[in-house]
Design a protein around this ligand. Structure first.
Ligand SMILES: C[S@@+](CC[C@H](N)C(=O)[O-])C[C@H]1O[C@@H](n2cnc3c(N)ncnc32)[C@H](O)[C@@H]1O
Length: 338
């Protein structure tokens, strides 16, 4: 149980700790690696074992026509104007405007992870979201950048339906959906994309701060598996970026072996990828890296947790023309949005 374990490991108990939740030895070891100060470790573990109530967050797909009957919360410094936060527990997903596609519900951490996109020039020719389902980052990219074309890829076939459902409901246009392995995607679209988004599958440790289950999320085998998978996805995704274009990598986990570890590996492998500063996120600079990359911690109260880093491709060369996929799309929008 939580209390005896923390005592055994000489981690002082969180002030408001109730002996209700389990905190594994691996979680404590992770906290010990992440934070030097005992106070930071306590606060982190407390947020994972006694999950705080986070705001209900929505991304407006178009200008709101009417307001929502929920208690609004003040905007966070990094929150774009077309994102709103409401008191925890607000049932934003059950309002008719949600069904009508006026907005998309997501966690604030998901917004945080995509904020670096706000620093990029508008109206890029092609944005590719490599790990797109259920669609939060794609919606963010579409809303913030107004790309000429948005390609949403989701490798796992059974998750494609929910991605297409969300794109249809929110009337995203123009957009196409593929369901390919990242290496197949890279072979087709190499050197074509202005912006590539890799919101990678990860060990998912922040799910605990949402009160959800994430079995084995601190286990070294889980972390190694995700680290390898992220390297493979990112290596292929990096080749999609045209010279001068950008690559965003984000996760919803805390492991340093994923996140900063994978980012460091990527920069050693692709030295033309230069990490970019995101001024509005400066207070969130990861203390675990000497290059610009940003972390939202669950104990900050702004969301369950995220890691994000943006690179620019500073190599030379020409962009390649965007290929015509003909009928090889899983789905694509054909009409203008209403
Ligand atoms: C963190 S989720 C993406 C969330 C999404 N970007 C959003 O904001 O709504 C990671 C996604 O990667 C997909 N995925 C799993 N294994 C993959 C792989 N080997 N290659 C590419 N994507 C993978 C998962 O199915 C999942 O949909």
């Amino acid at each position: 149980m939580y209390v005896p374990l923390l005592q055994r490991l000489k981690v002082p108990l969180p002030s408001a700790a109730k002996p209700v939740a389990k905190c594994s030895r691996l979680a404590v070891a992770c906290a010990n690696r992440l934070f030097e100060s005992a106070h930071d470790r306590e606060c982190f573990l407390e947020a994972l074992t006694i999950p705080p109530a986070y705001a209900a967050t929505v991304l407006w797909c178009r200008e709101p026509t009417s307001s929502l009957p929920f208690e609004p919360l003040p905007p966070l410094p990094w929150q774009p104007p077309w994102v709103s936060r409401f008191a925890p527990g607000s049932r934003t997903g059950q309002h008719p405007l949600h069904e009508a596609g006026a907005y998309y519900c997501l966690d604030s951490s998901s917004v945080f992870a995509a904020v670096p996109l706000l620093t990029l020039p508008q109206e890029p020719s092609l944005v590719i979201d490599v790990c797109a389902a259920p669609g939060g980052k794609s919606l963010f990219a579409w809303r913030s950048l107004h790309p000429h074309y948005l390609l949403c890829n989701e490798t796992i076939g059974k998750r494609v339906g929910m991605l297409i459902g969300n794109l249809k409901r929110c009337r995203v246009h123009p957009v196409g959906v593929t369901s390919w392995d990242t290496e197949v995607l890279a072979a087709e679209f190499q050197g074509t994309a202005d912006v590539v988004i890799v919101d990678a599958p990860c060990s998912g440790q922040s799910l605990l701060a949402k009160g959800q289950k994430a079995d084995g999320c601190f286990h070294p085998v889980t972390i190694r598996h995700n680290q390898r998978r992220q390297k493979r996805i990112l290596a292929a995704a990096a080749t999609l970026v045209r010279p001068g274009g950008w690559l965003l990598y984000s996760t919803c986990t805390f492991s340093q072996d994923e996140n900063e570890g994978v980012a460091t590996w990527l920069m050693a492998t692709f030295p033309h990828l230069i990490p970019q500063k995101v001024p509005v996120l400066a207070p969130y600079q990861s203390h675990l890296a000497a290059f610009p990359c940003y972390r939202l911690w669950p104990q900050q109260g702004e969301g369950a947790g995220a890691f994000t880093v943006l690179w620019q491709h500073q190599g030379l060369g020409e962009s390649r023309p965007i290929p015509d996929l003909g009928n090889r799309w899983r789905w694509r929008s054909t009409s203008q949005p209403r």
